[in-house]
Design a protein around this ligand. Structure first.
Ligand code: AMP
Length: 112
């Protein structure tokens, strides 16, 4: 999608701190980290949020989680949290499906 920030990041049109990339997925450090380790995993294909996952595009979610496992393994991170905010009331500010990966500190539950 031409006006989507995360599509531009995945295409290399906006700079980012890459931590992982394959043919379907891109991962990069969050610009406003909420933990010592905080990166975002996105499908290169534009999907607005978890609410837009269908049987036709669900394979990208598996690819995202494969990327999460590989990236955390490579970082030596064993304990981490994966979060996806869906919709403004849930805290989503960028309308392109993304998974936050947070680690390096104790996590409280439930999230605010
Ligand atoms: P959310 O609020 O769940 O939609 O998450 C969007 C995340 O994108 C936030 O944690 C932002 O800090 C992060 N973010 C926004 N712009 C950028 C950027 N240019 N590079 C890296 N992370 C970004």
């Amino acid at each position: 999608m031409s006006d989507c920030l995360f599509c531009k990041i995945a295409a290399g049109e906006v700079p980012s701190g890459k931590v992982y990339e394959d043919e379907r997925v891109y991962a990069f450090r969050d610009i406003d980290p909420q933990a010592p380790v905080h990166f975002l995993v996105i499908p290169k294909e534009h999907i607005g949020s978890c609410g837009e996952i269908t049987p036709d595009n669900a394979h990208v979610v598996a690819s995202c989680f494969t990327a999460i496992a590989q990236a955390t393994r490579e970082m030596g991170v064993t304990d981490f949290r994966v979060v996806s905010n869906c919709g403004a009331k849930a805290g989503q500010s960028v309308p392109h499906l993304h998974f936050h990966v947070l680690a390096g500190r104790d996590m409280s539950w439930p999230p605010g």
